[in-house]
Design a protein around this ligand. Sequence first.
Ligand SMILES: C[S@@+](CC[C@H](N)C(=O)[O-])C[C@H]1O[C@@H](n2cnc3c(N)ncnc32)[C@H](O)[C@@H]1O
Length: 321
Amino acid sequence: MVTNTNKVKPDWAGNDLLSRFVNFLIGIEPIYDIMKSQARQVIVKTAEKNGIPWRKNYEELEQSGVKELFNAIADPNLKYPDYYCVPFHAYDEGNLCWKAAFEAESATYAMPLRVWKNESLTWQEANHRLRGNFYQVIDSYIPHTITDILDMGCSVGVSTLAVHRYYQKKQETKINTVGLDLSPYMLCVAKMRDTKQEIKHWIHGLGENTKFADNSFDLVTLQFVLHELPRTATKAIFQEIFRILRPGGVIAITDNNPGSPVIQNLPPVLFTLMKSTEPWSDDYYTFNMEQALMEQGFDYKTTAACDPRHRAIIGMKPINK
Ligand SMILES: C[S@@+](CC[C@H](N)C(=O)[O-])C[C@H]1O[C@@H](n2cnc3c(N)ncnc32)[C@H](O)[C@@H]1O
């Protein structure tokens, strides 16, 4: 059982003195450069130490011909919002480059290894548990039979395939799952990884303006996306999801839990590294997500600490809307 502390957010985020001091440090370019490379090393080391072949995965993708998918996937008319065109995760071009896309799968698999540090889980077990815990929270709210799932901010498709397989296994009728992301680089890798073509479409699009018809989906997931966004974008995405969900459909969010003791008590080196590579952290950790869902008209259902670091938030589009 994971419980939150009484504090709603960590002291290292928002307008607290500690947070402002960290931001000041990150604002000094030579310090930022050191933090950036340290953050990267922490992730690569965690991955390789645990058997995720980071460099091998990278090289295989580089030689795979995946770049040839780019023109078919990228929408040349799509305008990237300013908040997106900034460095993320120690990549100067953020999510808009091949390097980020070639390392995303390894980085995604390494992330859950930090969640249960005191247990000797393989990376496969940690990933299975991380996703499974989230889907179990969704299970109580989802309609019995579903036909359409959207995984928004799907990146290289790890979350998309996981949610698709989980729900497809539960029912006999076919589920159509779509992955949407703003990075065409990530989407090329997602499409290449989807070797059995389980996913209906990989779509280059903006979460705030997806172009899907009204009432298109039974379930929309946002898995580890919102900590990368300013709150204005999150609100616009909630509005769009409300439009494209069917009445009774579910919005399911999982991401870092600002109320978790582990997140609140991160050692200074780690939270500074995290803030140096996630530019919208202050906005994320101080944003009242549940209130924003209700303001949008969702029937807010629950917030559950699904593991020591992450929470699941569930909302439903009312039946009569
Ligand atoms: C950390 S990754 C998500 C990882 C993935 N969902 C998973 O759980 O493995 C965040 C993704 O959100 C995408 N993204 C950020 N802002 C977006 C927006 N406004 N619309 C669509 N995708 C967005 C990024 O390009 C990136 O691939």
